[in-house]
Design a protein around this ligand. Structure first.
Ligand code: NAD
Ligand code: UFG
Length: 338
């Protein structure tokens, strides 16, 4: 199958491109490089020995996107392209709705025009909001509590409506939990711009000497060690989940929703200590007040993905941290020095 990957130079996209190529698919990538570097794809080509056709295109540019579909014989789309910082989305909601929702509408219009109606969409566990009990199950009502999450919810609604109106659409809505780690080669990984928002990239920059210490946001949650629980998933497991999902939906019409998580809740201290084991020494930290908007704990019920896709996570928290550390140690400034 020829898969067009939007956002394919980004963190999860670049790992998924690698897994798609290794599974025997052909790949084309569209990305506007607003939060990534094309160096990631050069390295995926080096790791796989295969060519990837790259289009430096913004999804909002429907004419340019039409040009991409006119030159590539696309069978299916995996749609990662989007802005993803929760805090920034509160400050700049219009930018988030425009980029993430309008960008997706532009993509869907062009897909429809070219009779390409198979799509795998990057949704997020954040759509479950604050009211659902854990573990989260796909059939629960959703209701995100921030603009970023609402862009994911709105795109889920659009894709569900399209699927209901026209049974030629094949749609997968993938709700990711907390992706971390890197390809085991240490050649590709997460390369956040500026100060990392997320836990593992922040710890990795402390370990490599770019930050003084980790601030642990909240030590007074009602959890075993007082810090918040999340469902961390290795980016390679997540990427394999995309390959399984695109293969499944290519053969099965309708709208499908799957959690991609491990089903295990790990605390901030669990992650910190796993990273310390990978690095080989303790790392400096300080317990700080809770971060606004954070939940005490959430994790997936991953049983639907196991039943339908025969997919489940295989990698441990220690492997996630070892692989993340290898990438960070070998590339202290990410792709910048390349
Ligand atoms: P990323 O920022 O590394 O990748 C997103 C890519 O999309 C970037 O390369 C960026 O340049 C590109 N992009 C953004 N807007 C674009 C546009 N209008 N046109 C073309 N390209 C555009 O992020 P990631 O961590 O790889 O996340 C991929 C997807 O998964 C995103 O949609 C994100 O919201 C979702 N997601 C991520 C997480 C996470 O914790 N990383 C969790 C749940 C869901
Ligand atoms: N944390 C710290 N210190 C830090 C960063 C994070 O203690 O410097 C804590 C947070 O308070 C939270 C945990 O580490 O308890 C995980 O935080 P992340 O920012 O890594 O992840 P979140 O669960 O807050 O959110 C992430 C993505 C969202 C996505 C969500 C579910 O950032 O976009 O996972 O997929 F919606």
């Amino acid at each position: 199958m020829k898969v067009l990957v939007t956002g394919g130079t980004g963190y999860i996209g670049s790992h998924t491109v690698l897994c798609l190529l290794e599974a025997g698919h052909q790949v084309a990538v569209v990305d506007n490089l607003i939060n990534s570097s094309a160096e990631s794809l050069r390295r995926v080509q080096e790791l796989t020995g295969q060519d990837i056709s790259f289009h430096h295109v913004d999804l909002l540019d429907e004419a340019a996107l039409t040009g991409v579909f006119a030159t590539e014989e696309v069978d299916a789309v995996i749609h990662f392209a989007g802005l993803k910082a929760v805090g920034e989305s509160v400050q700049k909601p219009l930018q988030y709705y425009h980029n993430n929702v309008s960008g997706t509408i532009s993509l869907l219009r062009v897909m429809d025009a070219f009779d390409v109606r198979t799509i795998v969409f990057s949704s997020s566990a954040t759509v479950y909001g604050e009211k659902n009990p854990v573990p989260y199950i796909e059939k629960m009502d959703i209701g995100a509590n921030n603009p970023y999450g609402r862009t994911k919810e709105q795109v889920e609604d659009i894709l569900s409506d399209i699927g209901a109106a026209d049974d030629r659409w094949h749609v997968a809505l993938l709700r990711y939990f907390n992706p971390v780690g890197a390809h085991e080669s240490g050649r590709i990984g997460e390369d956040p711009l500026g100060i990392p928002n997320n836990l593992v990239p922040f710890i990795a920059q402390v370990a490599v000497g770019r930050r003084d210490k980790l601030m642990v946001f909240g030590g007074d949650y009602d959890t075993p060690d007082g810090t918040a629980l999340r469902d961390y998933i290795h980016v390679m497991d997540l990427s394999e989940g995309h390959v399984a999902a695109v293969d499944y939906v290519a053969a099965t019409a309708g709208v499908h929703r799957w959690n991609l998580g491990s089903g295990i809740g790990s605390s901030v201290f669990d992650v910190l200590h796993a990273f310390e084991r990978a690095v080989g020494h303790p790392l400096p930290y300080e317990v700080a007040p809770r971060r606004a908007g954070d939940l005490p704990g959430f994790w997936a019920d991953p049983s639907a993905a196991l039943a339908d896709l025969s997919w489940s996570t295989t990698k441990t928290l220690d492997q996630m941290c070892e692989d993340h550390w290898r990438w960070q140690k070998n590339n202290p400034n990410g792709y910048a020095a390349s």
